[in-house]
Ligand binder design. Structure first.
Ligand SMILES: Nc1ncnc2c1ncn2[C@@H]1O[C@H](COP(=O)(O)OP(=O)(O)OP(=O)(O)O)[C@@H](O)[C@H]1O
Ligand SMILES: [Mg+2]
Length: 370
């Protein structure tokens, strides 16, 4: 595969990794290719078991790939075909894993100093002290330098793990679900902190998560993985707006799925589909032949409710079955000729359960998946 190496920090090309598990071969990663550009925050997103950690471990050098090439900063670090394998400590990488394995019997200082020690910097030297202090300052942990790691809160332990990953000033940072064992509020805070630190340092980062909110809010680009393969690579906005298939749509939390049949294919990307409640006009590319069946997806926050139609296109007579309150927003269960759709509205809404309404599906927000 031709890869544009310009500005690329990591190139993964045709990566395969199989495990032999009680005589059965498990294809954990099956032909994955992607490029991470300098300074990017690149995320592998997907459900449990789809091969995210295996891909990351291959990049780190903790696994020997079955097939395919990996280059970091223009240097080939792994290629079974060419008999190349650069060990992890020679790859200039900092890592934080889900169980971030800070050492409880060591102080904060000793934890952060450890990678420097391994790299040959003398204990007690001025350089050692300065580098540790610098790394702790990055994560605002200078005041805790003499504490034992066990005397820290979850968020502080997480920051310590990050300081330890950054202390050698690696060219590449690998983060495998680093926030997953924090509580929801702390996770939110750390998400923002981590992203701003990454921007400030400009450090190229590969992030792994199964949490779509985390991926959408932090990433420059996202690769969605399913069953050992990448099914879509896009910016968060593109991914959210235009999921490539039903799996991605579902995984990103598209909840309204309306079965349909293509009725008209028009100029540019205009088309129309028939649903159980009528004909819906779309501006979604992909429909080339009438009679094809598929689904229209639309997000709850994109559906609109009206008292009257005037001359609105894509508006259908409907009834609000019920409304559930979720703080600032409420979710309506809207029934439209036997189909129930979810619509998000402001909690100040004038509508109530049992109301007859007009339900509008704005064409630019509808996506056709065939
Ligand atoms: N050492 C191993 N031996 C055998 N099979 C393995 C091994 N490591 C991973 N696998 C299998 O490879 C597949 C991918 O695992 P991987 O850990 O990469 O998934 P993941 O996407 O990181 O999942 P999660 O979100 O649960 O961490 C799984 O089916 C897993 O069972
Ligand atoms: Mg994993």
């Amino acid at each position: 595969m031709a890869v544009n190496a310009q500005n690329a920090t990591v190139i993964v090309d045709g990566l395969y990794k199989s495990y032999t598990d009680q005589k059965r071969v498990v294809g954990a990663v099956r032909g994955v290719s992607f490029t991470i550009r300098e300074g990017e925050f690149y995320t592998l997103l997907g459900p449990s078991g789809c091969g995210k950690t295996t891909t990351m471990r291959c990049i780190a050098g903790l696994e020997h790939p079955t097939q395919g090439e990996i280059s970091i900063h223009g240097k080939l670090v792994s290629s079974p075909e060419k008999n190349v394998f650069v060990p992890p400590n020679k790859r200039d990488i900092g890592m934080v894993f889900q169980s971030y394995a800070i050492w409880p019997h060591m102080t904060v200082f000793q934890n952060v100093a450890f990678p420097l020690n391994v790299a040959g910097i003398r204990n007690g030297s001025k350089e050692m002290r300065e580098r540790v202090e610098e790394a702790l300052a990055l994560v605002e942990m200078e005041d805790y330098v003499d504490r034992f790691a066990t005397q820290l809160s979850g968020g502080q332990q997480q920051r310590l793990a990050l300081a330890r990953a950054l202390v050698r000033r690696p060219a590449l940072l690998l983060l495998d679900e680093p926030l997953s064992n924090l509580d929801a509020r702390l996770r939110d805070t750390m998400r923002t902190e981590l992203r701003s630190l990454q921007r400030r340092l400009g450090i190229t980062t590969l992030y792994v998560t199964h949490d779509q909110t985390e991926a959408l809010s932090m990433s420059s680009r996202i690769a969605v993985m399913q069953d050992g393969q990448i099914v879509q690579e896009a910016t968060p906005r593109e991914l959210y707006r235009s999921p490539a298939n039903a799996f991605v749509a579902e995984f990103l939390g598209v909840s309204n799925r309306i079965p349909c049949t293509v009725a008209e294919t028009g100029a540019a990307s205009d088309c129309a589909v028939d649903t159980s409640f009528g004909r819906v006009r779309l501006t979604s590319p992909g429909a080339t032949s009438t009679g094809a069946t598929g689904v229209v997806t639309i997000r709850p926050e994109h559906l609109r409710l009206h008292r009257t139609t005037a001359t609105l296109p894509n508006a259908f007579a409907a009834r609000i079955a019920s409304i559930s309150f979720f703080g600032e927003q409420s979710e309506c269960q809207v029934e439209v000729n036997g189909v129930t759709l979810r619509a998000r509205v402001s909690s100040d809404t004038e509508f109530a359960g049992g109301d007859d309404v007009w339900l509008e599906l704005p064409a630019p927000s509808c996506r056709l998946i065939l």
